[in-house]
Design a protein around this ligand. Sequence first.
Ligand code: HEC
Ligand SMILES: [Cu+2]
Length: 365
Amino acid sequence: MAVKQEAPVRVDRNFWIVTLVLALLSVAAVAYWMNAPVAKWLPAASDSAEDVDDLFRFMAASGSALMIYVLGYLLYFVIAFRAKKTDAPNAIGVQVHDNHTLEFWWTIVPAVFVVILSILSVKIWFGIQLQPSNGLVVEAIGHQWYYSFRAPGVNGEIPNEIHVPVNKQVTIDVTSTDVIHSFWIPQFRVKADMVPGLVNTIRFTPNTVGRYQIICAEFCGTQHGEMNKQYFVVDPPATFATWLKGWQIKNANVSDALPKAGSGAAIDLSKGVAASGQALFAQKCSSCHAIAAFDHKVVGPGLKGILSDPNHPNLVDGDPATAANIAVILQKGYTGPIGMMPNQSANGLSDGDIANLVAYLASLK
Ligand code: HEC
Ligand SMILES: [Cu+2]
């Protein structure tokens, strides 16, 4: 039986008036964003800030033009096609589908926008990041919940703030010792993730003397919000030279070795206190391990009865399940088929902590 073809539905005449109004609003929004004084709202202090702000203006302009159409039509359709009081209770709206022309354009137009945006982004990003380094490199290391810094010729780490000279390109190598942080200084328009085991670089030329707040832009634990109390300071060249010399002298006798993962020697487990181990476990291990059977995985295996599990006489590294061998895994970490168990320094454990943790794990029968 042939399905009865419904008469084509005519759109309301207001549709074209609405379309015209939305077009005018979009043009106005684009005109506004193209000239928006971004640097007035968020002061800029690096040579590359202008390019980043241009990109922001482009995104804001195209995004708001699109948003005006989407929301405008949405409101219009909701109002123009709402059910009338006289409609039958079971009436359904006009069913429109398979309009290929419409589908073609609403796919092509956003796709072109996204391609343009990615070309512009890559161009600007490469322009900033691929400048050759001029040799001035400082390091920023993320910790829960602060940053430490290293500067050229200074032994060891510098707390609280790092200085650089004005109008000279600087490279910041960023990394982390514990979890992922993000190093963000809005006035320079730079941001990079601080990832344990990875060094990311940020490169820019600060062009205004001042003290700039560093903000951690990646939730990194309970005191994440505390990580905005440190500063990146841009000095006149002479002031910077004095600051650097001061730290070179002050830290002359500091060992330049990075913080060590304990002594590396076998740990004396005899003084381990299970109750202290339990508290530590809740803090540092329970995000990855359950106190449950081996098969009960969170990130790593369940650890209950690890010393007396007949199904698992050996630890994941193949060594017999003894207290001393568990201590070795806690010291050195272990990467196997299940995943990565962080080592002593990554977990932030002292030798005493390890003894306490082993005592706690041994107490779980
Ligand atoms: C980031 C996640 C993570 C954290 C945090 C973590 N572990 Fe692990 N752990 C693992 C993974 C994954 C393995 C298994 C590695 C493999 O075999 O592939 C493992 C393995 C182990 C093993 C060996 C288990 C066995 O049956 O052989 C012990 C013991 C252990 N972890 C104890 C701890 C303790 C104690 C802490 C807290 C200081 C801790 N882990 C923190 C992920 C983690
Ligand atoms: Cu952080």
